[in-house]
Design a protein. Structure first.
Length: 589
């Protein structure tokens, strides 16, 4: 043991491993950030088609360089209710294939030969150049996309440098017989699997543990017979991250983590059994003496995952049943987290999920307003309760979504995602306030119903016109947000001005009726409250549409923009203002 410790540089090994892990994280994060938009596009195309799910898992894992991160993200999707367990299975299979790309990149360090066409593929030939280009992009060029490209190159250079340092640190072990004797223990399949599983579980990355194995293979002391079980065990160890992430999740999210575990555990049992039988029957004992290098480790790693996928692909239903047996159904109703923290590992996906949840919140908010308006023509308890329940849901959405968006905003976001997060923070507040005003409007309807009051025919007609105008402005604001319809957004501000005019006009007409004795003071108070709430609803719609228009120009000076539109009397504004003034003219209604 003393000879082993003296024959390699422990500090060098630690330094190399630290650089390796840091480089992998840096490169993965930069790739993910640069590909944020593509990730959204990929996720939008999720279907029940297993093959598309498989490709999705493979592509996303190649982008973020971690099957563990992909699986944790999938657990988050299932826990949020935006993905079914059956969809998750094929994605997990693809993730296991995607994670093998790192081993192939690292296998370049083992290239040998003196020919120029071999030398150019050696990391020592191109890594310094990539590092220099990365520094130039990151430090001297403007634009986040160029800086992200620089970080990708720097991450890759750091990763490869760490690999070289690890290989150099263990190089002395090739001369130590005791080290080779220890490694022969891992020709025992069970010990090899355990060693690979434990190493990967500790460092939380199968790609990193395979990289360490490739570095050790440079000593020439690792045989095929020892490497194969270790590689299989590494695939089991990577399941630990997903198993930990499912703690506190719903049953389907837990089942997703177990699918990942069963895929690798059962695949390892089957393939290790076949490997051991074939080795014994055909006397392949020479594999225990045959040295393995970085290239063949990448081959074995890829072959294992490919074969497991081919074996399991026709039996995804069986994997689902095994997971359901392990995590049984309960009588309690399944609950989903609308915003799962597991999605934060991929900020682009988290932002997209926030947008989806905000759209649901907006729909609830708009529903409360329309239901509240309906109570003036048909007052009933069911509609009353729906408004109260809807407003309560909107409050919960706003509270949860606002806190989540603050956390998302603190992450490394692309410019587009940062703009989206800022936009959502502004808009959800306005939709929440709209639902608050729906309750105020509801209370006016309730008071009229309980006190058996009734507006005059003239007042009813005027209120009907204003409610129709507010209904339209709410629908326009909703459409501008959910469908990103800027044509709807530009119509909101002129309609908001018409609503303001309606409010003033109706108040004046009410005072005239009051002076003639055609209306009561009590009804006057109710009417004033109603007009105030209706006008404030239109104000919040104006904020929403203004935010959509401003964000389209990457500028948050909403009020400045709105003033410029009105003061400038643009032809578009004037056209819509005239149109809505005629449409909601209480004199002609």
């Amino acid at each position: 043991m003393t000879k082993i410790l003296e024959s390699f540089d422990l500090l060098g090994l630690i330094c190399g491993l630290a650089l390796f892990l840091f480089g992998m994280q840096l490169m993965g994060n930069a790739l993910e950030k640069k590909a944020g938009g593509q990730l959204k596009t990929i996720l939008e195309k999720m279907t029940d088609n297993p093959f598309k799910g498989f490709l999705l898992g493979m592509v996303v894992t190649c982008i973020i360089q971690s099957s563990s991160a992909t699986t944790v993200m999938v657990v988050g999707f299932v826990n949020s209710g935006i993905m079914k367990l059956r969809q998750a299975i094929s994605i997990i299979m693809g993730a296991n294939i995607g994670t093998t790309i790192t081993a192939w990149i690292l296998s370049l360090t083992g290239l040998e030969g003196g020919a120029w066409y071999v030398d150019i593929f050696k990391p020592s030939s191109f890594v310094p150049v990539l590092a220099l280009i990365g520094v130039i992009f990151f430090m001297f060029l403007n634009g986040n996309k160029k800086k992200d490209t620089g970080l990708i190159l720097l991450g890759f250079a750091t990763l490869m440098t760490g690999m070289d340092i690890m290989s150099d640190a263990v190089a002395g072990l090739k001369e130590v017989p005791e080290f080779a004797n220890i490694l022969t223990l891992f020709t025992n399949p069970i010990l090899g699997v355990l060693a690979g599983a434990v190493l990967t579980a500790v460092i939380q990355s199968s790609s990193a543990s395979v990289g360490i194995l490739q570095a050790l293979s440079s000593t020439g002391a690792i045989s095929f017979g020892a490497a194969v079980p270790i590689i299989m065990g590494q695939n089991i160890g990577t399941c630990v991250t997903a198993m930990l992430s499912c703690i506190g999740a719903n049953k389907n999210a837990k089942r997703t983590a177990f699918v990942h575990l069963y895929f690798n555990v059962i695949g390892t049992i089957v393939l290790l059994t076949v490997f051991s039988i074939v080795k014994a029957v055909f006397d392949l004992s020479f594999l225990d003496r045959m040295q393995i290098d970085e290239f063949w480790i990448a081959v074995v790693h890829s072959a294992f995952n490919l074969i497991c996928t081919v074996l399991w692909f026709p039996f995804t239903g069986l994997l689902e049943k095994l997971a359901c047996i392990t995590v049984r159904d309960t009588e309690a109703k399944e609950k989903y987290e609308m915003l799962d923290e597991r999605l934060l590992v991929t900020p682009a996906v988290a932002v997209e999920r926030c947008k989806s949840v905000a759209e649901t919140m907006a729909e609830l908010s708009v529903g409360t307003i329309h239901n509240a308006f309906g109570l003036f023509s048909d007052y009933n308890e069911e509609a009353y309760k729906s408004v109260i329940k809807g407003e309560d849901k909107v409050d919960k959405y706003e509270d949860r979504l606002g806190s989540y968006l603050v956390r998302v905003s603190s992450l490394e976001l692309t410019d587009d995602d940062s703009v989206e997060a800022t936009k959502l923070l502004h808009i959800i507040n306005d939709f929440e306030r709209i639902s608050d005003h729906s309750v105020n409007i509801l209370q006016s309807a309730e008071e009229i119903n309980e006190k058996k009051l009734s507006f005059s025919g003239e007042a009813k007609r005027e209120l009907s016109v204003m409610m129709d105008a507010v209904s339209e402005i709410v629908d326009l604001a909703y459409d501008s947000f959910v469908n990103e319809n800027l044509d709807s957004a530009v119509q909101v501000e002129p309609l908001e001005q018409v609503v303001d005019s309606l409010k003033d006009n109706i108040k004046s007409r009410h005072i005239a009726r009051l002076q003639k004795g055609e209306c009561t003071i009590e009804l006057g108070f109710i009417l004033t409250d109603l007009l105030t709430n209706l006008e404030r609803v239109s104000d919040h719609c104006s904020n929403i549409a203004g935010c959509m228009l401003e964000m389209a120009h990457k500028d948050m000076a909403i009020h400045k923009y709105l003033r410029s539109v009105k003061d400038g009397e643009s032809q578009e504004y004037k056209h819509y203002h005239d149109y809505f003034s005629m449409k909601y003219d209480i004199e002609k209604a």
